[in-house]
Design a protein around this ligand. Structure first.
Ligand SMILES: Nc1ncnc2c1ncn2[C@@H]1O[C@H](COP(=O)(O)OP(=O)(O)OP(=O)(O)O)[C@@H](O)[C@H]1O
Length: 242
């Protein structure tokens, strides 16, 4: 029984109907669960989270968000404000010329008055340690700065679930640590896709692997914290149950 925020029941998907990328996936995100999603490049991690928020529709199966079965775009629209989604590519997230406007857009959409929305945006930027970026033009930001701003645009809406697709890509050590601190303090459920296993070990309690069109949970796979960043190719350690 899954008393869930996000539930997938026998979900299958392929960009071509004849070539499935995901096959009969069952998944459940409970209240306050903090989940990491790992898997090889191209295994379908982004596709899976797109399905969760209705940016793609399944060929088969059911998506149930906050207890409500979602079939059409309209069903997803109603739930979307509760789910903060940060795209892998920050450029897909940012639409306004200035950082502050971008971060205030979410609260404005939720019905806050402009002054209040700007206040919320300013506070969110402060929390992320990037208040100085407020007046800056989005187009002149570095990749890492854009990444942090895109995370701010979602946090400013106080979502009940957060989905982050590769949030540490392009972040320096300081920004990455800041993000770890913020995520640790968040009292909401989240799903984080990442190849940065140290990051996931610090901020998630459970990690799922996407492989061979399936989402697998293997408790013998343990991600470890490391004092220094690992180069690509570092693989999670497997521990035999004693
Ligand atoms: N719009 C699309 N049309 C056709 N194929 C696509 C589309 N988007 C993704 N794919 C393909 O679907 C597969 C899964 O892609 P997806 O981006 O979900 O993988 P991923 O696990 O997130 O990869 P990565 O770790 O590299 O970000 C890949 O083979 C990709 O080339």
């Amino acid at each position: 029984m899954c008393n869930s925020l996000i539930q997938l029941k026998n979900v299958s998907f392929g960009y071509k109907k004849t070539e499935l990328i995901l096959e009969k996936i069952n998944f459940c995100l409970q209240k306050n669960e903090k989940i990491g999603l790992i898997g090889p490049n191209g295994s379908g991690k982004t596709t899976l989270v797109f399905l969760m928020v209705g940016l793609l529709l399944p060929l088969e199966g059911e998506i149930i968000l906050f207890g409500k079965k979602c079939i059409k775009e309209k069903d997803f629209q109603q739930i979307r404000p509760k789910i903060g989604f940060v795209f892998q590519n920050a450029d897909d997230q940012l639409i306004f010329p200035t950082v502050l406007e971008d971060v205030a857009f979410g609260p404005l959409n939720l019905g806050f008055k402009p002054q209040k929305a700007l206040k919320i945006a300013q506070k969110t930027l402060e929390k992320l340690g990037i208040a100085d970026l407020g007046p800056r033009n989005i187009f002149n930001l570095s990749g890492g700065e854009k990444k942090l701003v895109s995370i701010a645009t979602v946090l400013s809406m106080s979502p009940q679930v957060l989905i982050l697709d590769e949030p540490t890509t392009g972040l320096d050590e300081h920004s990455r640590s800041k993000l770890i601190e913020i995520l640790k303090k968040l009292d909401i459920a989240y799903i984080i896709i990442s190849h940065d296993y140290d990051f996931l070990a610090r901020i998630t309690k459970k990690q799922y692997i996407l492989r061979d069109k399936q989402v697998i949970y293997d408790p013998t796979i343990v991600l470890h914290k490391h004092e220094h960043a690992h180069p690509l190719g570092y693989i999670p350690h497997r521990h035999e149950n004693k």
